[in-house]
Ligand binder design. Structure first.
Ligand code: MG
Length: 268
């Protein structure tokens, strides 16, 4: 639902000598869109371009021991209650570990959130095993699939060359990361992701691409990149229309042994 407010800035009227209404559209949540009429003349007073009508939601900040106050915890270390098997929608079969992490259970399939999401801020931490096995795409390969379709690659790339557009923190086969910011194998990485979902018209045509921004251990690695469609292993991206959809974590099926912890989202 949208709430509509009409705010009148008297000083606009003074400076423009006409009624200058500013329509403020407040979407649910923190997104705020402001539509301003074209002003006949540039304002000459500072107050003419200042407004008080929009109230910004107050969100408790993330600190070293606290999540943002409106965060939805998807994995807090105790269980997989927020997840399902992406194969058959039964209980997720990955391993929950005593240290508050979970680990891919090889060949049991991807897991997906029970909840569907659109635009989100996502925090997720992952670790590849200290004892390395395999090479190229078969060394600790997993992935974070936004809306189940668009993969941010998780891979142990340390001394492990692979194709550049499939390396760690790539948008798989679509966007090379701006940097490789991995910690040593066996240590915890963090991804902080800002994702905006694609939009489709009633006929199913894409009218706006999804976008992704990714910080890998605090380093900007994807800068508001445009998603071309599903991140395919073989072939071109697909752009089938969809609405809100689950977050998916990948079981690459080759004993990746990747672990995850501290997964939370904020809906945008
Ligand atoms: Mg992967």
């Amino acid at each position: 639902m949208k709430n509509y407010y009409l705010g009148t800035l008297a000083l606009f009227a003074i400076s423009c000598q006409e009624t200058a209404k500013v329509e403020v559209v407040v979407e649910e949540g923190p997104t705020v869109v402001i539509h301003e009429e074209q002003l006949a003349e540039e304002p000459t007073e500072p107050e003419a371009t200042e407004f008080y009508d929009v109230k910004v939601p107050v969100v408790g900040p993330a600190t070293s021991d606290k999540l943002p106050s409106d965060a939805i915890v998807l994995f807090g270390g105790e269980n997989l209650d927020s997840w399902l098997s992406a194969v058959d929608s039964t209980a997720a079969k990955w391993h929950v570990n005593e240290d508050g992490s979970m680990t891919v259970n090889d060949k049991t399939g991807d897991i997906q959130t029970k909840q569907n999401f659109g635009d989100i801020q996502l925090h997720i931490e992952w670790r590849s095993p200290a004892e390395v096995q395999g090479s190229n795409q078969s060394r600790a390969n997993s992935g974070v699939f936004l809306q189940g379709l668009y993969e941010v690659q998780v891979l142990d790339n340390n001394d492990n060359p692979t194709y550049t557009n499939g390396q760690v923190a790539s948008v798989y086969k679509q966007h090379v990361p701006l940097a490789k910011a991995s910690v040593a194998s066996g240590e915890w990485n963090a991804y902080d992701i800002i994702y905006h979902a694609p939009e489709f018209n009633e006929e199913g045509g894409k009218i706006k691409s999804a976008t992704l921004t990714v910080l890998h251990n605090g380093v900007l690695v994807q800068d508001h990149v445009e998603i071309k469609g599903s991140t395919e292993y073989i072939g071109w991206p697909n752009n089938n229309a969809h609405g809100k959809a689950p977050l998916v974590l990948q079981d690459h099926g080759d004993n990746s042994r990747v672990s995850y912890r501290n997964i939370w989202v904020r809906e945008l």
